[in-house]
Design a protein around this ligand. Structure first.
Ligand code: NOJ
Length: 761
């Protein structure tokens, strides 16, 4: 049974005798003589001892100040010895040319075969100069901008010695309590798949062997975003149809886009931890989808299988993981310590080791590391590229595109540029760290542009700042839990006084950057601390409020929606955050973002998402009816729907036409007009509903969108093609089917669409 998994590459290995000269520089010579990477990998593999092959499957976290004295005792010394012996294939969290060069030098110059390391890092939304958090970028619906952002991240990270990012996270999630929704593209599979492709292409570029592109990693395979009760690392229990239709497609899209690596996930799926899940890693990923890259475990996830109650001990964990297709062990010490014995005892077939090591070596060859292991280690480039103007301009551009105008009563925005007294309230307005979010290992504190700094660039208005109340008590230091201020309202008076005398009040409220991200689940998703009270206190003295939200997840802000005239979703927008927000507030940039995730009215509605199933009782059949699918104390509708977002202009949709081209091909067209006074961009969204199917279909499914820029009064006809790719679904055997019958198509500027038509297949 195990043999089934062994790659054909293994047969090539036998072409080479293990008695070939044990030349340390063999690895480098090979590339000059042979062209096929598979051949080179097989040849190199035939030179390697079992321990060296297992070494390729071992990834260590940065373990000592590599440019300082060599460690002589303790864990660091142990890891150092392993590095010298060639028992380490990859390291993470070693960064900067000097440090990367130091570890690479040991791998290349001191080990027997001189195989270079692959250097991984969480380049999630930038390296040192940060783009918006991925959820925010998804709100741009601008695939070019998202790709560019990944390109820029790769450019900066690769200049710092890194050649592999643990991104994109393509987990779909419908649960705003889960802190990691900030790291994904939101709730929708179609949008998520398009964004996943854009990000993989951005990171990896056209040519992975270039020094400014890096290998991408689709994570977390699989189901992590469906963690029960939104609590991180929790159990996942999803049905087959959700797995096939909602969770898998973005991962499949990354495979088709050529992603080089996958990361498995912490959760279990059907009682089997993902790390040891052969269904996921072998059957689907490597066999059905033909993925030929490698799978890295998540941090310590092999060892965690003991806690899951799946592995008896670490040796058992290593055995289960390798058989199930985990190729590289991130920080469990399971492979490096246990695999050789497992092979010797006959519990693990060496063919599995050959397969895993080959996959890893292949990516190293593709990166060009064998041609030049120091290609990412150029001090001059590091100096020139990191923090360059080009990078700052690019992150500002995507930051503006990520902002969503949630509400704008009586066109309160944009603000007048002159003669206004503006009160700015909220500590987040003055925060230069929080906008960086929680995935910002390489960015220093206080390196984001704050909203106050952004406002200072419009000097013809008078700004008064009052913090109102601290959001966080003490220092906000990763990775420690923040202490949120829930009692101190001593600054309220000052804030109210500032507001009383102002023409406009800008309140910057929301979550600190460290309140979302890994292990940052929340059970309440309103404004944390005393911010809601602050908002109401200020409102009592001046209703002219623009609420700017900073947050990493949808928030329940029903009160604000009912009372505050203008609400701007400003997420955590990265290094250029303050500039992006103020350019939108003043109308120098007309917002075009649309929500990639539904905003609930209250946390009890979660999980709430637009593409739900109809159920047998979707609506009350008679007045005062009780027995239908609803809450007795809350509406079924969201506060802000998926796809919602306003502009400083307005748009109208008309003339929806559906034309049948062939059996499984329908063309849909619609006219979109800019009916307002300024130029603006709209994301026209197309949804379908398959009315009856062998597996029930959602009430709406996004199947197309177009970002269109229009001058005032300009009209464009938009055309969408619906082919079998859009019209089908996965049945419960995992087979893709298109079923004939009745469909509906809907078009509009959000998932609450304005036009609809019928068609038949
Ligand atoms: C754990 C996270 O789940 C994963 O996404 C990340 O890439 C690794 N840690 C490495 O930092």
């Amino acid at each position: 049974m195990k043999k089934r998994y062994i790659l054909t590459i293994v047969s090539v290995v036998f072409m080479f005798s293990s008695a070939m000269g044990q030349n340390k520089t063999l690895a480098h010579k090979l590339t000059k003589n042979e062209t096929s990477i598979d051949y080179k990998v097989a040849k190199l593999l035939s030179e390697m001892t079992l321990e060296e092959k297992i070494g390729q499957m071992n990834q260590y976290n940065g373990f000592w100040n590599v440019t300082g004295p060599t460690p002589s005792s303790g864990d660091a010394a142990h890891k150092y010895e392993h590095l010298r012996k060639g028992y380490v294939g990859s390291m993470l969290n070693v960064r900067g040319v000097e440090e990367v060069r130091a570890v690479q030098k040991i791998a290349v110059e001191e080990t027997r075969l001189g195989i270079p390391l692959i250097i991984g890092f969480d380049v999630i939304h930038g390296y040192e100069t940060l783009s918006p958090i991925p959820l925010a970028e998804a709100a741009s619906w601008d695939l070019e901008a998202i790709k560019k952002s990944a390109e820029i991240a790769a450019l900066e990270a690769s200049a710092a010695g890194i050649n592999w990012t643990f991104a994109p996270m393509v987990d779909i999630s419908r649960d705003a309590r889960w802190g990691r929704v900030m790291e994904g593209a939101g709730e929708d599979t179609y949008l998520g798949s398009k964004i996943a492709i854009a990000r993989v292409k951005g990171f990896q570029g056209e040519d992975l062997s270039k020094p400014n592109t890096i290998a991408a990693c689709a994570k977390h395979w699989a189901g992590y975003g469906f963690t029960e009760s939104g609590k991180d690392y929790n159990t996942v229990d999803v049905g087959t149809s959700t797995l096939n239709n909602i969770i898998f497609p973005p991962f499949k899209a990354t495979v088709d886009a050529g992603v080089k690596t996958f990361m498995n996930s912490f959760n279990e799926l059907n009682g089997i931890p993902a790390t040891a899940n052969a269904f996921l890693q072998r059957d689907i990923l490597k066999e059905k989808w033909n993925f030929d890259g490698f799978v890295v475990s998540d941090w310590g996830s092999m060892a965690e299988m003991i806690n899951h109650g799946y592995a008896e001990n670490i040796k058992h964990a290593a055995e289960l993981s390798v058989i199930a297709g985990s190729d590289m062990d991130m920080e469990s010490y399971a492979y490096v310590n246990e695999l050789a014995n497992l092979v010797k005892e006959g519990k693990v077939d060496e063919g599995l080791i050959n397969d895993a090591a080959s996959r890893i070596l292949k990516v190293k060859f593709e990166l060009g590391l064998f041609d030049n292991p120091y290609k990412y280690c150029d001090e001059k480039r590091e100096k020139e590229v990191i923090g360059s103007k080009e990078i700052h301009d690019a992150v500002l551009d995507v930051a503006k595109k990520s902002i969503v105008l949630l509400k704008n009563e009586n066109n309160m925005l944009p603000l007048k540029k002159k003669g206004q007294k503006i009160a700015v309230i909220g500590t987040l307005a003055n925060d230069k760290t929080s906008p960086l979010g929680s995935w910002r290992i390489a960015a220093d504190d206080n390196t984001a542009v704050s909203v106050l700094e952004g406002l200072a660039e419009y000097p013809d208005n008078a700004i008064t700042y009052a913090k109102g109340a601290d959001l966080v008590l003490g220092e906000a230091t990763f990775p420690f839990e923040l202490e949120i201020n829930t009692t101190d309202k001593s600054g309220f008076e000052e804030a109210k006084n500032a507001a009383k005398n102002a023409d406009v009040v800008i309140m910057v409220l929301g979550e600190h950057g460290f309140q979302s991200g890994e292990a940052r689940s929340r059970s309440e998703i309103g404004l944390p601390g005393v911010q809601q009270d602050l908002l109401e206190a200020v409102y009592a003295v001046n209703k002219n409020i623009v609420l700017v939200l900073n947050n990493g997840r949808p928030l329940t802000i029903s009160w604000a929606d009912a009372h505050i005239p203008a609400i701007v979703e400003g997420w955590q927008l990265g290094t250029q955050s303050g500039h992006a927000i103020t350019q939108v507030l003043y109308g120098d940039y007309n917002p075009s973002g649309k929500l990639p995730m539904t905003f609930p009215r209250s946390v009890g509605q979660v999980p709430i998402y637009y593409n739900y199933k109809n159920t047998g009782r979707p609506a009350a059949n008679e007045p005062n009816s009780v027995f239908w699918s609803h809450y007795i104390d809350e509406s079924n509708t969201p506060l802000y729907a998926f796809g919602h977002g306003l502009s400083y202009t307005s748009f109208s949709y008309s003339n929806l036409k559906v034309k049948k081209i062939s059996e499984q091909h329908v063309e849909v067209s619609v006219e979109l007009k800019n009916t307002g006074k300024v130029k603006g961009k709209e994301v026209a969204q197309l949804y379908i509903r398959d009315l009856f199917a062998s597996v029930t279909r959602p009430v709406k499914e996004l199947k197309g969108f177009e970002l269109v820029e229009l001058e005032p009064n300009e009209t464009k006809t938009l055309t969408f093609q619906l082919t079998e790719k859009e019209l089908g679904f996965y049945d419960n055997n995992g087979d893709y089917v298109v079923e004939s019958g009745d469909f509906k198509v809907f078009i509009g500027g959000s998932s609450v669409t304005v036009l609809e038509e019928k068609f038949k297949l």
